[in-house]
Design a protein around this ligand. Structure first.
Ligand SMILES: NC(=O)C1=CN([C@@H]2O[C@H](COP(=O)(O)OP(=O)(O)OC[C@H]3O[C@@H](n4cnc5c(N)ncnc54)[C@H](OP(=O)(O)O)[C@@H]3O)[C@@H](O)[C@H]2O)C=CC1
Ligand SMILES: CC(C)=CCC[C@@H](C)[C@H]1CC=C2C3=C(CC[C@@]21C)[C@@]1(C)CC[C@H](O)C(C)(C)[C@@H]1CC3
Length: 454
């Protein structure tokens, strides 16, 4: 097996080292999934999984992981530690109804995105000094989607059919993300230099296809990355959850408490993302990352089909929850959500208007860029309080599924790896941006995500 050194590329005299995207988190995730089977094999696999081998293998490995998880989730054993079963026959992978559902869904979300409702916000300043404008109407798209789904249910449409169709739907979503990524890669060659992302232009076609060359690809005023990040996949996730709930009603006459909790928690999370849609304009994905296969696949296939695994698991593996356990889980989700929301809002408020009364009294340190860093409040507790809240919520989403299977904890494991990697990537970017001030911040706030642990 050829081992290709650390990720490193030279372009215009610059050297960049180290993994720079969630793809590295994927490598680690692959390792953590297979560790019990053969640690040595996985260590050498992950060593060899570097540029460009990683960029070649991940677009094959991740879609297969989605199909594998969905098949295992529907099987009676639901064991992720078994040897992967053969792929289902083609007849089970494809269904003519699936592309119709996906096309109608994406078209509906596109229509709702273009509706002239809600305000229009400006993104951060781009390299050419301009700012892009984005519609802030995601929450209204969620509400309209809810109204239309309610209408479908009222008309007697069997939403539980989504459970039966899940694998063909995932195949279609994966195919759509491949086509989209290919389109994005080709069109990026017509984009001006200043519109390209700094990370996805190594000249290696596979790596650039994977990372994405163009930063904010648009068709007219339709921003493809912003649309995909928050609409079809994220709202699709809660629709799939609802489908699982309806399937449970079909099978057992009423939804279980566990299913209601999972649906409720995840609906709260998605609603929160869309309610605070403007905050997404300052996330790494929108500001730094190109739009390529990783984000297209992540948004359109990974999020809806792996984030809904807990609800799908509950259809086949019903769980009984005692009122005490349910109360504890609701409390855990509430605490996680509180930390997540309060810390995200505090930073957003501080970045938008540092003199606002809610943040004006917080202790800060100055940086050479003119921006200040918070060293008290949530951001003085740990360096990423928002990640801590997110991880607590992820745990609360898995616990209703009991502790007999590992599969419902897939999201928690994947997400922890993703956030640990994301924290590391952000720390490197902040170190480069703020220099000594960042070191001072790190000394003042020694823990990254979990106080006294990490
Ligand atoms: N469910 C999911 O699949 C995922 C969810 N998430 C969630 O998305 C949310 C956003 O996360 P993400 O975009 O990764 O990063 P953050 O929202 O944590 O933003 C990091 C940025 O915040 C600023 N910052 C860091 N420390 C300070 C400080 N002390 N004072 C002021 N500003 C500071 C820096 O930017 P600057 O100084 O330039 O302003 C830094 O680059 C999180 O809640 C995360 O959990 C993320 C990924 C996946
Ligand atoms: C394995 C793989 C292909 C990983 C790709 C990573 C993406 C799935 C995630 C990267 C950042 C994301 C964010 C959200 C969803 C997952 C992805 C796309 C997010 C929209 C979820 C809701 C949150 O409230 C959020 C809006 C802060 C968040 C933004 C980042």
């Amino acid at each position: 097996m050829a081992v290709i050194g650390p990720w490193c590329c030279r372009r215009r005299g610059q050297e960049r080292r180290g993994p720079r995207s969630e793809s590295a988190a994927c490598f680690i995730m692959v390792r953590s999934l297979f560790t019990p089977i053969d640690e040595k094999l996985c260590v050498s696999l992950s060593l060899s999984l570097s540029l460009p081998a990683g960029a070649t293998l991940i677009p094959v490995f991740l879609p297969l992981t989605v199909l594998y998880l969905l098949s295992v989730c529907r099987s009676p054993g639901a064991s992720v530690l078994q040897w992967p079963p053969p792929l289902p026959p083609t007849a089970h992978l494809l269904d003519p109804v699936a592309p119709v559902i996906i096309a109608v869904w994406v078209a509906l979300q596109g229509f709702l995105y273009l509706l002239p409702v809600g305000k229009v916000s400006e993104g951060l300043v781009l390299r050419d000094g301009t700012k892009l404008r984005y519609p802030i109407n995601g929450f209204s798209a969620l509400c309209w989607s809810g109204v239309l789904l309610g209408l479908c249910l009222w008309l007697g449409m069997p939403l539980g059919y989504l459970f039966d169709l899940i694998i063909p739907l995932a195949v279609c979503a994966i195919a759509t993300s491949y086509l989209l990524a290919l389109y994005l890669y080709i069109r990026s060659f017509w984009a001006p230099n200043h519109a390209l992302a700094l990370g996805g232009n190594t000249g290696n076609p596979l790596y650039d296809f994977f990372m994405g060359r163009e930063l904010n690809p648009r068709i007219g005023r339709f921003d493809l990355k912003y649309f995909c990040e928050l609409r079809p996949g994220l709202i699709g996730w809660v629709v799939l959850n609802l489908g699982m709930l309806m399937k449970e009603v079909e099978l057992r006459d009423s939804p279980s408490l566990a299913m209601l909790l999972v649906n409720g928690f995840q609906l709260l999370y998605v609603s929160d993302a869309l309610w605070n849609e403007e905050a997404v304009l300052t996330t790494m994905d929108i500001v730094h990352d190109g739009f390529g296969f990783m984000l297209a696949f992540g948004d359109l296939a990974w999020v809806p089909f792996t984030y809904s695994l807990q609800a799908m698991f509950l259809v086949v593996h019903p769980q009984t929850l005692s009122p005490l356990a349910a109360t504890g889980i609701v409390l855990l989700n509430g605490i996680g959500y509180y930390i997540f929301r309060k810390s995200n809002s505090q930073k957003n408020q501080f970045r938008r208007n540092p003199t606002h009364p809610s943040v004006a009294n917080l202790e800060t340190i100055a940086t050479a860029t003119g921006k200040r860093l918070l060293v008290s409040g949530w951001w003085g507790f740990v360096r990423h309080p928002n990640y801590l809240g997110d991880i607590l919520m992820a745990l609360a989403w898995s616990l209703p599924c009991g502790v007999s299977h590992l599969l419902p904890y897939f999201y928690l494991i994947y997400f922890t790896v993703l956030l640990v990697h994301r924290e590391d990537r952000d720390a490197r970017q902040c170190r480069a941006k703020y220099g000594l001030a960042w070191d001072t911040y790190c000394r003042r706030v020694p823990y990254r995500i979990i106080p006294y642990v990490y």
